[in-house]
Design a binder for this molecule. Structure first.
Ligand code: SAM
Length: 188
C-alpha cells in the first residue's frame, strides 16, 4: 500500500503513456509522503534509480534504489545537488509539487506558476534527450502559456485530468513526451 491516495494518478498516466520501465532513472519533485516515489521505484526496479525531493520529511520506507532528500527546489543544498549531478541524465522527471495555499487566488496562482517553471528548469538541466516529463499545474491564466512553452521542448504534450475529488478539482497534469533538448542519444 502507498502513503497517499494520489498514487492512482501516476498509475493511470503510466498505463496510458507507458512512462516507467525497468532500469530507468527518475526524478520525483514534491515527493512526500512518497507514493509516487514508491510506485516509480517498483516500476524501475532494483537496477533503476529514483531521486525524490520534498520540503517535508517522510517516514515512508523506500527500497534501496530510492534516494530521498528534504530540500527546497528553489534553493537546493549540496546533498540534492550532488545527487542530481551524479545520477543525471534522468529518463523521466515527475512533478506533483503544489504550493501551500494561502487562500489568496493571485498569490496561489503565482506560487504555482513559479513551481512549474522551476520544474521545467530542472528538466532542462537534467532530462535526457527523448525523455518524458509529468507536471501538475492548477488550471488558471498561466496554464495555457505553460503548455505552449512545453510544446517547444517536447515532441508532444498530453493533458491528463484525474477523476476529480473536490479539493483537487482544479489540478491537471501535462505530460511532455520526447524531450528535444538535453544530453543523450542524439547528441543534442
Ligand atoms: N506525489 C506525492 C505522493 O504521492 O506522495 C504527493 C505530493 S504533494 C501533493 C505536493 C508536495 O510538494 C508537498 O509535499 C510539498 O511539500 C511539496 N513542495 C511544494 N513546494 C516545494 C518546493 N519548493 N520544493 C520541494 N517540494 C515542494
Amino acid at each position: 500500500s502507498y502513503p497517499a491516495r494520489s498514487v492512482y494518478k501516476l498509475k493511470e498516466m503510466d498505463k496510458r503513456f507507458g512512462l516507467l520501465k525497468p532500469g530507468m532513472k527518475a526524478l520525483d519533485l514534491g515527493a512526500a509522503p512518497g507514493s509516487w516515489t514508491l510506485y516509480a521505484a517498483e516500476r524501475v526496479g532494483s537496477k533503476g534509480i529514483v531521486v525524490g525531493v520534498d520540503l517535508q520529511e517522510t517516514d515512508t520506507k523506500f527500497p534501496e534504489q530510492v534516494r530521498f532528500f528534504v530540500d527546497d527546489v528553489f534553493e537546493p543544498r549540496a546533498g540534492f545537488r550532488n545527487a542530481l549531478e551524479e545520477v543525471a541524465p534522468f529518463d523521466i522527471v515527475l512533478s506533483d509539487m503544489a504550493p501551500k495555499t494561502t487562500g489568496n487566488k493571485f498569490t496561489d496562482q503565482a506560487r504555482s506558476a513559479n513551481l512549474v517553471e522551476e520544474a521545467l528548469a530542472l528538466v532542462q538541466a537534467c532530462l535526457i534527450n527523448g525523455g518524458n516529463f509529468v507536471v501538475k499545474i492548477f488550471m488558471g491564466p498561466d496554464a495555457d502559456a505553460y503548455r505552449r512553452e512545453l510544446m517547444q521542448h517536447f515532441r508532444s504534450v498530453k493533458t491528463f485530468k484525474p477523476k476529480s475529488s473536490r479539493s483537487e478539482s482544479k489540478e491537471i497534469f501535462y505530460v511532455g513526451l520526447g524531450f528535444k533538448g538535453g544530453r543523450g542519444a542524439q547528441g543534442a
